[in-house]
Ligand binder design. Structure first.
Ligand code: CU
Length: 668
């Protein structure tokens, strides 16, 4: 479906007409049919089993960080399936389109696919999975009952869902951007992208971006203000430290993304000239601003997983983490430096040797604290009693994979080398090397590590190992050919090729992607089999790995209030230290616990924000205005809802805690 040459707008529907539905795109129509069928089946099942009330009361309106964390993870996994489907479609097109063949995707569709793949994988897979992990674990690790602002936490989650809904809607109603995942102008300006694609991009990210920024503020406040007595900064677990730095980066960089997209939308909607080629506009200013967000973004993604690897390495080596202090300093140094390297994304801008060498050097320097971390993990394993459970397997795979990605990063940081490799498949291989090898392998390690805490049973090891080997071998098969093709000068985002000698490399890369697909299927099967076999995999001690930090001191799953008594901390391995001291659970003195009530306002506000976004995309101005007013009224109305908290009665707390004391006594 090409962009409609002329779109008549009506008052009621703006530019939303029948032309918006890609009825002439068989792939999209087939996808719609499958999604619609799946949706009907799901709604039918939920209605049949009367689950709507339960979902609304216990999950959608929940202000409990644990439930919000799990919902973020579910969103991330669902969007991973979509983002990966785009990857497979690209691999297939690139493996086919040789010897004069156009492949099976036309340019309009192909350009949307690589753009959506990047946007979805970063904003709606990696971000929700990382935010979900931090949301679930941090309050437990610092001995808190929840995050600082539980209602805001619920609202932030639903804003992320709202952004995902807009991006997904673009598949069936209209089009998505065809600009690449950062929508560089002038291609993203109204002159070259006159229809709705870039507007879906802008409003999808603006809505989700508000959620991310608020969640960042929430977690910074939580870590700074809600730590248990005795947990000074240098007694915080490393995962909490990396989460603190990550959320500081979120608060410092996401507003830049919000601002640059706002300026781009002014160019598109009211004809300003911030990023145009003429009237004093400067497209390179957009590129600078979006990478001032973009590079910190990649550290927002990887830092929490560096924290996961620290927790996993020390727990599964049965040793204190080597170099705790240097690990903390390395995290802080990386956080600061990550704000000083953004120009390495466009050395080719022509900003001259002095500027390029500054950014080249700062980029190379980042590899020093990163290297320090790798050595600290290796020294933690050295002479440790290493248990190769799944979390540790993913950690070792990370160390081997990420290091190669880091080295190609240092190579790309050398401006003359980058002049040759910029926007080639070498660059594509590099950032997938660090994002899959670092962020995804880290997330899988974190999921395998904390799943028993969240659900009370471990993940099935057999399907876990199948998934592991398919992912690791699949990754190398899929991306090593791209390093080679990049060195041969092949550019990113190409749809068809005219040099037949390149085809074999794309076929190998395609096989790698197929193996990763098996890895994803095995992971979903692992979840399903584990749930089916949960009795056998059960762990009710709450400490299945002989953990070292506070989250392992609670039951699995933890009670809604996390801790009946706020723990007192003496060491950064707080729980390990308590166990060593012969910790005994208090058996009396329980009190009623003050808790915030669940509320639907977050869902409603995010729903209205999504409607306003959709209305702005399709120029349905009246709906945008009505939606905005409803948003304000709902937000103000919520402040008058005084019954927003309650107390868990002391009888219930006593019952829960005594049951746990008995169970632990029986297990010891
Ligand atoms: Cu960068």
């Amino acid at each position: 479906m090409a962009v409609p040459q002329s779109v008549e707008t009506t008052f009621l529907f703006g530019r939303l007409t029948w032309q918006a539905f890609p009825l002439d795109e068989p792939i999209v129509v087939a996808t719609f049919a499958v999604v619609a069928l799946g949706g009907v089946a799901l709604v039918g099942a939920l209605t049949w089993f009367r689950l709507w009330g339960y979902l609304w009361r216990e999950w959608f309106t929940s202000v409990d960080h644990k439930k919000i964390g799990i919902m973020y993870m579910v969103l991330g996994i669902i969007m991973l399936l979509r983002g990966f489907a785009d990857a497979v479609m690209m691999r297939l097109q690139q493996a086919m389109a040789f010897n004069g063949s156009e492949g099976y995707l036309n340019a309009h569709h192909y350009d949307q696919i690589f753009t959506a793949h990047g946007v979805i994988m970063i904003f709606f897979v990696a971000m929700p999975l990382v935010t979900g992990l931090m949301n679930y674990v941090v309050p437990l690790q610092i001995g808190a009952r929840d995050v600082s602002f539980p209602f805001l936490n619920n609202f932030s989650f639903w804003m992320t869902v709202g952004g995902a809904v807009l991006v997904m809607a673009s598949l069936f109603v209209g089009e998505f951007a065809q600009t690449g995942w950062l929508a560089y102008p002038p291609l993203s300006n109204i002159g070259y992208s006159p229809w709705v694609g870039v507007d879906y991009y802008i409003w999808g990210l603006q809505v989700a971006g508000v959620g991310t920024t608020l969640s960042g503020i929430n977690l910074v406040c939580t870590i700074v203000k809600m730590r248990a007595p005795g947990m000074s900064l240098m007694k915080m677990p490393v995962f909490t430290w990396t989460s603190l730095c990550t959320n500081v980066l979120i608060v410092a960089s996401f507003p830049v993304l919000t601002a640059v997209l706002a300026l781009l939308s002014l160019d598109r909607y009211v004809g300003t000239n911030f990023f145009t080629n003429d009237f004093g506009g400067n497209p390179m200013m957009y590129v600078n601003l979006i990478w001032i967000w973009g590079h910190p973004e990649v550290y927002i993604l990887i830092l929490p997983l560096f924290g996961v690897f620290s927790e996993v390495t020390s727990t599964f080596s049965g040793k204190r983490l080597f170099g705790y202090t240097s690990m903390v300093y390395a995290t802080v140094v990386i956080t600061v430096l990550s704000y000083l390297v953004w120009l390495h994304h466009f050395f080719t801008m022509g900003s001259g040797a002095s500027v390029n060498s500054f950014f080249g050097i700062t980029t190379m320097i980042i590899s020093i604290p990163t290297g320090a971390k790798i050595f600290n993990w290796l020294f933690t394993m050295y002479r440790g009693r290493i248990r190769f459970d799944l979390p540790m397997m993913w950690t070792v795979a990370f160390m081997l994979t990420f290091t190669v990605g880091g080295m190609t990063g240092v190579l790309l940081a050398v401006p003359p080398a980058d002049f040759v490799l910029h926007n080639s498949l070498f660059l594509i291989a590099h950032f997938h090397n660090v994002i899959i090898g670092g962020v995804l392998f880290g997330l899988f390690a974190g999921i395998a590590y904390w799943w028993p805490k969240a659900f009370g049973f471990k993940l099935d090891p057999f399907w876990g190992k199948v998934s592991f080997w398919c992912w690791v071998v699949g990754f190398w098969l899929a991306f090593m050919p791209l390093y080679i093709l990049g060195l041969m000068g092949v550019t990113r985002r190409m749809r068809v090729f005219d040099d037949p000698s390149l085809q074999i490399w794309f076929i190998i890369a395609g096989l790698g992607a197929a193996l990763i697909a098996v890895g994803i299927a095995a992971m979903l099967l692992q979840f399903f089999v584990s749930i089916m076999r949960r009795e056998k995999l059960a762990d009710d001690t709450g400490d299945p790995w002989d953990g070292r930090t506070l989250e392992w001191s609670t039951s699995s799953p933890p009670p809604a209030y996390n801790f009946a008594f706020t723990p007192v901390v003496h060491d950064n391995d707080a729980w390990w230290d308590m166990k060593k001291r012969g910790y005994s659970r208090p058996l009396s003195g329980y009190r009623p616990i003050h808790m915030p009530k669940n509320t639907g306002t977050g869902v409603i506000l995010a729903g209205l924000s999504t409607v306003v976004g959709f209305a702005l995309i399709w120029y349905i101005w009246w709906l945008a205005a009505v939606g905005f007013v409803a948003l304000l009224v709902t937000a103000i109305g919520h402040t008058f809802n005084y019954h927003r908290d309650f107390h868990i009665p002391v009888e219930e707390v006593t019952r829960t805690e005594e049951a746990r004391t008995e169970l632990l006594a029986a297990r010891s």
